[in-house]
Design a protein around this ligand. Structure first.
Ligand SMILES: CC(C)(COP(=O)(O)OP(=O)(O)OC[C@H]1O[C@@H](n2cnc3c(N)ncnc32)[C@H](O)[C@@H]1OP(=O)(O)O)[C@@H](O)C(=O)NCCC(=O)NCCS
Length: 236
């Protein structure tokens, strides 16, 4: 199992002067702490529908994760497309995957993090906080096939396959399907509807699993740690 975890994940500090190369798969990791910086500004960038949704969560942490995901995605897309963040409006696919026509992106959030993937090709991302007391045996047969189950020997391998499958379904835009075991994520490449996806998985130091599914073999993945947005007052 461990050979399926890519270990060479090096997060680079992202500063706003850095140009984002659209040819790469760009992954951003954002801590919920950034909410303190963006809380005065996000209402200038999110749409009324998004603000309405943000206000409806019962848990404050859910509001923060949602707002950070939407706001930072728009900020980064604005920079990549040379637009104003408030001018970026998401459309939604049949299964509610947010998208724009120019660049592919996907958002995931769990615990203290929001992660966002950007790519020229279809991309899906999933982060999950590891629950050390999760009774994963209960879920195994609903989600995984025999080949996968043979490889699920502990909590780490469970989260590895869980995030892989989720990232693949987020790349295709399906989100969730009824017959999860029909998908096989035991290899680093898998196929869905005639398209091949590359799967990358990481265990983060502080108790998270992260997987990325990309529809093309991309040479360069960049992993950015977005800790602050210093030019934020210049937006939108
Ligand atoms: C909604 C879903 C896409 C992801 O849910 P999740 O894992 O709870 O949440 P994540 O944080 O990873 O992703 C949520 C984000 O995905 C995006 N998203 C929503 N629908 C999507 C879809 N059909 N495809 C791709 N991305 C989608 C949205 O940006 C959403 O965030 P937002 O509402 O804050 O904008 C859906 O797959 C789901 O409900 N999954 C349940 C988990 C499960 O049973 N997984 C089985 C894995 S084996």
């Amino acid at each position: 199992m461990s050979n399926l975890i890519n270990n060479k994940l090096l997060w680079e500090d992202y500063e706003e002067s850095i140009l984002i190369d659209k040819k790469n798969v760009n992954i951003f990791k954002i801590s919920l702490d950034i909410y303190q910086i963006i809380k005065e500004h996000f209402m200038l960038v999110l749409t009324d529908d998004e603000l309405n949704k943000a206000s409806k969560f019962k848990q404050e942490s859910d509001t923060k994760r949602y707002v950070i995901g939407k706001f930072c995605t728009k900020m980064i897309l604005a920079k990549m497309m040379n637009k104003k963040p408030a001018d970026i409006h998401f459309e939604f696919s049949e299964y509610k995957k947010p998208y724009i026509n120019d660049i592919n992106f996907n958002i995931s959030h769990s615990g203290d993090y929001v992660v966002i993937a950007f790519s020229t090709y279809s991309v899906g991302i999933d982060i999950e906080a590891i629950n050390p007391v999760l009774d994963y045996q209960e879920l195994i047969h609903q989600c995984f096939n025999g080949e996968e189950i043979k490889k699920i020997i502990d909590l780490d391998s469970f989260y590895l396959f869980w995030t892989r499958k989720e990232s693949l379904l987020k790349a295709t835009g399906e989100g969730l399907i009824n017959d999860l075991p029909t998908i096989n994520c035991t290899q680093e490449k898998t196929e869905r509807f005639g398209i091949f996806y590359e799967l990358k998985s990481f265990k983060l130091n502080d108790g998270y699993f992260l997987s990325i599914a990309s529809s093309e073999n991309q040479d360069i993945y960049k992993y950015w740690d977005l800790k602050t947005l210093t030019n934020i007052i210049n937006f939108p």
